[in-house]
Design a protein around this ligand. Structure first.
Ligand code: MIC
Ligand code: SF4
Length: 645
């Protein structure tokens, strides 16, 4: 029986378990990446494990998220991460060098390798034929220390591409089409593999746009073959020697097949407030806009910037629109400065931002009240832009640029003939903003400075004998980690300070939650389907841990968040019957009697007694041998400290 690309990479890296769908497997990790918003915690955790140097082939620490230095906090974090990198053997990508995923694709990614990153868009590397997975900071810290990374052996979905994109239709429209068909929870437990003749027509940055936004499907990751196009990209990055071919076998067996004819696609937009709320331009109709933001790890490559500059050249941004552009990396910025594209953007009235995440994570450029903003980003969750009632539409750079000129959502196909945009044969290469680690013999002399805002990992507790606690919060379906632990310019500087950031936990849903949870001491959260979708931020588990949350009972979980809860020692439970969700109200007192004994004994079906209503509710507590031990120990940190020594 033939193998999928996923199975080929997984089997070459398998260290525990068998490649049987749905079972837990451990894989060896070749590369890791961190960014600053999740990085300080990850390095505190790494230091707590007591491993002196990273044990991966390549680990890179990036600074790209918290770049608005509106106070000392972010700068202190940057300095802390820089020194950790130097001491512990990591490459350090300094602020200004670009967004982690864009830079990693350009300078570090290698086909056939495994990569985990403390950022949910790490699957961008799938555009190069890597198996690149987003994870919580603690999982990344363990992998840096040489530990395996554990996932549920995924199902594999084959997206077969035929044809070729029509002029002005973009890679973004491909992934929006996949999201329209599969939804934000359609990818949970699956890897999405792209194959077919249509693959050959897509460049590596276009493939990366597609794999990047596979995160919005809830997928474990997405992967493209490594072919001649991949080789040409690596050659242009002067890294041809790392190329290897990768393709699925002809007789590979897939769990699901989706066919997409690229030539039939049209420009699409994800409407507020979910990346799968996808509509065509005609379905949306006439839409007056206030803002356009171009950039983010999804759409900030050189090719994207060249298309945008071509559309803007010689024109002026509509008087009612604010247009901002953030090129994805120093390499991109350098090259558009040299080839005249940057001048065309400035000339048209674009507000040029530094090469960083910026508005994508609410670090500036929040739209006006109820403002309509078109963005080339990957997430349009409510409030994420920094404006609570902002209306965010996700579109391609082509649609964004065309609309910035007219002041209305505009189908870029109205722009007329499209010239051929080609990737350069050689990119401008200057890695001077990547600092190399100290040599091992010098590492002891590197002193790590902690700023006053950097606080230790919160106190953990072994699993209780019995959980007898009230429901401190009940929420609905599709709760994102942006609801649980909001980001934005005001809150992000607190990422290294769990007690302080906890004060903002669930602020989007219920501002009273942190105070209430603290007063209750111990409590339980109840939620709906796809709970914890979105980012990898472990803060969405660490803040509840700090606030005394002992268990989270929901209809279903998103993959990374569930893992983060276990890592933090919070019990993840799901309803056996989804209808039982209605049998619990906020404030009810729930009891899980002798839960520790049950978990120790490997029982997966438990009973929650609702003391307030008297209802008996069957719930699932699906832990494997390893996750069971982690839960019993009170989290991954304590568990690992012992096992890595
Ligand atoms: C995001 O896009 O939500 C982030 C900010 O990059 C997060 C990581 C974080 O919260 O720091 C992610 O995608 O994992
Ligand atoms: Fe940064 Fe946005 Fe990408 Fe997250 S999605 S890594 S915030 S650019």
């Amino acid at each position: 029986m033939g193998l999928t690309m996923t199975e080929k990479i997984l089997s070459a890296h398998l260290v525990e378990g068998k490649l049987e769908r749905g079972t837990e497997i451990g894989i060896r990790i070749d590369q890791t990446l961190t960014q600053d918003a999740t990085g300080t915690m990850a390095y505190l955790e790494f230091e707590a494990m007591g491993v002196p140097r990273v044990r991966t082939e390549r680990s890179v620490a990036y600074i790209d998220h918290n770049t608005l230095q509106n106070g000392f906090e972010n700068a202190d974090d940057h300095r802390f991460i820089g020194y950790c990198a130097k001491k512990h053997g990591l490459f350090f990508s300094r602020p200004g060098n670009g967004i982690c995923h864009q830079v990693h694709l350009e300078r570090f990614g290698i086909p056939g390798k495994t990569l985990i990153g403390s950022d949910s868009h790490t699957p961008t590397g799938g555009g190069l034929g890597m198996l690149a997975i987003g994870a919580g900071g603690l999982d990344v810290a363990v992998a840096m220390g040489g530990g395996a990374y554990y996932i549920t052996c995924p199902k594999v979905v084959n997206v077969r591409l035929t044809g070729k994109l029509s002029p002005w239709v973009a890679a973004k429209d491909v992934i929006l089409e996949v999201l329209r068909r599969m939804s934000v929870k359609g990818g949970v437990g699956k890897v999405i593999e792209y194959t077919g003749e249509g693959v050959k027509t897509l460049t590596v940055p276009e493939r990366a746009t597609i794999t990047n936004m596979g995160a919005e499907l809830g997928a474990t990751t997405s992967v493209f073959p490594s072919d001649e196009m991949t080789k040409a990209f690596l050659k242009a990055q002067k890294r041809e020697e790392v190329w290897i071919p990768l393709a699925a076998d002809e007789d590979a067996v897939y769990d699901e097949v989706i066919d997409i004819d690229l030539s039939k696609l049209e420009p699409l937009a994800a409407c507020p407030h979910s990346p799968d709320n996808v509509k065509s331009m005609s379905e949306i109709g006439r839409l007056k806009i206030d803002q356009v933001c171009i950039g983010s790890c999804t759409n900030s490559s050189l090719l994207d910037m060249m298309k945008v500059a071509y559309i803007l050249k010689g024109k002026t941004v509509h008087p009612d629109v604010s247009l901002s552009i953030a090129p994805g990396s120093k390499q991109v910025l350098n090259m558009i400065a040299a080839n005249g594209c940057l001048g065309d953007m400035i000339d048209a009235g674009a507000r040029i931002l530094e090469s960083a995440c910026g508005p994508c994570i609410g670090m500036g450029q929040s739209p006006n009240s109820a403002g309509i903003s078109l963005r080339t980003f990957n997430r349009n969750f409510e409030g994420r832009s920094g404006t609570k009632d902002g209306q965010i539409y996700l579109v391609s750079p082509e649609t964004a640029a065309a609309s910035a000129l007219t002041g209305y959502l505009t189908d870029p196909r109205t722009l007329g003939d499209m010239p051929e945009f080609k990737l350069p044969e050689v990119f401008t290469i200057n890695d001077n903003m990547v600092t190399l680690p100290a040599e091992e013999k010098d590492m002891d002399s590197v002193e790590i400075k902690l700023g006053p805002n950097i606080k230790p990992y919160p106190e953990t507790h072994p699993l209780l004998e019995t959980i007898d606690a009230p429901v401190s919060l009940k929420v609905g379906d599709n709760i994102t980690t942006d609801h649980i632990m909001p980001a934005g310019a005001k809150i992000l500087p607190l990422r290294s300070n769990i007690p302080k950031i906890s004060e903002h936990c669930f602020a989007v849903c219920d501002e009273e939650f942190p105070k209430r949870a603290k007063e209750l001491g111990r409590s339980i959260i109840v939620g709906g389907a796809n709970y914890g979708q979105g980012s990898s931020r472990e803060h969405a588990a660490l803040a509840p841990l700090y606030l005394g949350v002992k268990a989270v009972l929901v209809k279903s979980f998103a993959r990374i968040h569930r893992a983060n809860l276990i890592n933090a020692g919070i019990l993840p439970l799901t309803f056996v019957n989804e209808a039982d969700y209605d049998k619990i109200a906020q404030g009810d007192q729930l009891v899980l009697a002798d839960v520790r004994k049950a978990v120790e004994a490997g029982k997966t079906e438990l009973t929650v007694i609702n003391k307030t209503s008297g209802a008996e509710i069957p719930v699932l507590c699906e832990l494997t041998g390893r996750t069971k031990d982690i839960m019993l120990a009170g989290g991954l940190l304590d568990y690992t400290r012992e096992t890595l020594k």
